[in-house]
Design a protein around this ligand. Structure first.
Ligand code: F6P
Length: 379
């Protein structure tokens, strides 16, 4: 009897970002080379729980490399262990992980590739414990996944944020204003710090370094006294004042992390205006950062990660997330990734570089940054 082809499932979970389609394309193309079939689940884990899928072949992925979003659709509300089901007017949450396993078996899958962020990796770690051979692929514009140096989507969002800051510069200069640019990133400051450095921000505030408004105003006044009568403040959406709280824009009821951040820059802007008497304006970039075509860097990264996922499936390595350290492909156990976030640390070269070139991170400059962070985070 001819040997049955291996059949691999693939899904994209969590918030979309540039590069998802590039991973799907690489998965299908590499699978073809190994004579494997690919089945794509629709809307993340929802597709596995509700048995929504489509077969994917080379024709389906033609032209996908440069396309943003995901042809499979995604969901950030579809945790199989805590699955929202509408009863009357309300949602109740039930464990549908066994249904997901039954669907996986009935389709005759040999492995599942789950492309996503921390929520998807946590769900995948749980499904792996139930016996599904899963390989994760790290996605997120936030770059906050544990167990890899970088996630695809981050570089694309960074480019958009940097271009936005470049554009804001002209108005800041012409009108002699303080311009605040707020970027996504959730509880990690990678996007704000990276875009702040790349876009020449004068002040960068990130969640990991609770800011002191006086330190920010001092920096702005210093610039004005040097004749630079405008300032750019790059704000991570999860930033907060020392002793203060993050600003929550809304709660998304049936999402694994219900909190949606946004709006801290409005608060900060009012404080800066109150203290300095300078005119401020706020731009919140929001979902603009997640849209559009992936950068060349992300296309290459996504392609390598997708290819490596199939390599691991072929070698029957499972329960891991594909990772990249330096420029080398690797993998990390899902159990290590789940429930952890990779945040900006005081010794990170981007932090050191920002401080050395005189960028304010909202900290009082007389206190060493590591000491300040250790102290301010618990305050
Ligand atoms: O995790 C990616 C991300 O874009 C975060 O930066 C942001 O806080 C969140 O998702 C927004 O989620 P939603 O698309 O549900 O509003």
């Amino acid at each position: 009897m001819p040997r049955r082809k291996k059949r691999i499932g693939v899904l994209t979970g969590g918030g979309d970002c540039p590069g998802l389609n590039a991973v799907i394309r690489a998965v299908v193309k590499t699978a073809e080379a190994y004579d494997m079939e690919v089945v794509g689940f629709l809307d993340g884990y929802e597709g596995l729980v509700d048995n929504k899928f489509r077969h994917l072949d080379l024709r389906d992925v033609s032209g996908l490399l440069s396309q943003g979003g995901t042809i499979l659709g995604t969901s950030n509300r579809a945790d199989p262990f805590n699955y929202p089901v509408l009863q009357g007017e309300d949602y109740v949450y039930i464990d549908r992980s066994n249904q997901a396993v039954r669907n996986y078996e009935s389709i005759g899958l040999d492995a599942l590739i789950a492309i996503g962020g921390d929520g998807t990796m946590a769900a995948s770690a749980g499904m792996a414990e139930l016996g599904l051979p899963i390989v994760g692929v790290p996605k997120t514009i936030d770059n906050d996944l544990w167990g890899t140096d970088v996630t695809f989507g981050f570089d694309s969002a960074l480019s958009v944020a940097t271009e936005a800051i470049d554009r804001i510069h002209t108005t800041a200069q012409s009108h002699h204003r303080v311009m605040l640019v707020e970027v996504m990133g959730r509880y990690a400051g990678w996007l704000a710090l990276g875009a702040g450095l790349a876009g020449g921000g004068d002040i960068i505030v990130i969640p990991e370094i609770p800011y002191e408004v006086d330190a920010i105003c001092e920096k702005i006044r210093d610039r004005n006294s040097l004749g630079k009568n405008f300032s750019i403040v790059v704000v991570g959406e999860g930033a907060k004042a020392r002793g203060g709280d993050m600003v929550v824009a809304r709660h998304v009821e049936n999402s694994p992390d219900a909190v949606r951040l946004g709006g801290i820059s409005n608060q900060l802007s009012a404080q800066i205006e109150g203290i300095t008497n300078l005119e401020c304006r706020v731009t919140i970039l929001g979902h603009l950062l997640r849209g559009g075509s992936p950068t060349a860097h992300d296309r290459i990264l996504a392609t390598r990660l997708g290819m490596e996922a199939i390599h691991l499936v072929n070698e029957e390595v499972a329960g891991v997330m594909v990772a990249i350290y330096g420029n080398e492909l690797s993998h990390t156990p899902l159990t290590e990734v789940a429930g952890r976030l990779r945040k900006v640390t005081p010794d990170h070269p981007w932090v050191q570089t920002a401080l050395e070139i005189g960028v304010s991170l909202g900290n009082p400059i007389e206190i060493p940054i590591a000491d300040y962070m250790a102290d301010a985070v618990v305050a």
